[in-house]
Ligand binder design. Sequence first.
Ligand code: SF4
Ligand code: SF4
Length: 339
Amino acid sequence: MQPVQDAVAYFAGYDKAMTMLPTYAMLEEKARTLGFLKVGLLPVEHITIARDGLAQWLGLGYHGEMQWMADHLDKRLDPGSLMPDTKSILCVALNYYPGAVAANQLKVARYAQGDDYHHVLKDKLKALLQWLQAFDDTIAGRPLVDSAPIMEKTLAVQAGIGWQGKHSNIITPEAGSWVFLGELLLNITFPDAPTPIPVRNFCGSCTRCITACPTQAITEPYVVDATRCISYWTIEYKGDTIPQPIAENMAGWIFGCDICQEVCPWNVKRQQPTQEPAFLPRPWNKAPRPEEILAISPERFKTRYRKSPVKRAKIHGLQRNVTAALQYQKPQSAPQDTK
Ligand code: SF4
Ligand code: SF4
């Protein structure tokens, strides 16, 4: 190639690189217009994931039947390996707080009252990726929402999304812990992106979540034994009968459990209604009626729980949960939040 042609080719590439890529500030702005509460960019070289905590948790069998938690440990420790040429991971949080749970006889966890977050969050991450690709079609990305072995809470902490509370959920200073997490793996990074600063842990001497857990599933600060957690038994467990020590403490929770989050002072202070219409409660999840669930037909179940997290329990699991919750129903208590 002639020197002049070389220069033209060089500057054509230079121009594209320098003028076509958005800044990180533009990316943040776009993410906010898509509804994300928080975003943080982690260059892969900034990521550190300790093997010990996870290995110890798995070694104690705290994952129960969730074998997928133990699989692909190497990938969990090296999230950059989940896509070729990963340079950075954009971590996001989306507020889903749908409001108070009434003192119903039966209750569904807030995260599951509306549409399935997997679809909602992934669509938003795909939209963000497409927006980037409109600037430069060589940008590659992989949106993740529980769809790959990744330590999303560790990454969220390192990306400055929030801190990990003693109940193990991520707490954002802006809206508490009622947030979904997602990640977008990218083959680029942004020179203007600030170095991520982890949020300070504000749990302090508080132990409300530990004390409030009716099954003592939070065995020590930041460690949850899933095999004692109502969420695990009502969502992940596939067997026929909920063990009595769990069932007699279900307090009406038939899919998930919000007790440790309801009592957290950061939620009491900071929770704010979601702006995402898809997360608004479906009536049968806001006030589940036992007689309806116990008599529901497969066709009705399929229609009613289409694109709902509750579908995961299947009819058998949901009816099992209702039966267990009713068996040991205690007098109703008042709702623990007021918004
Ligand atoms: S979700 Fe419920 S059972 Fe599980 S740790 Fe929290 S309070 Fe305990
Ligand atoms: S209840 Fe207290 S200890 Fe538990 S996560 Fe909230 S602030 Fe931390």
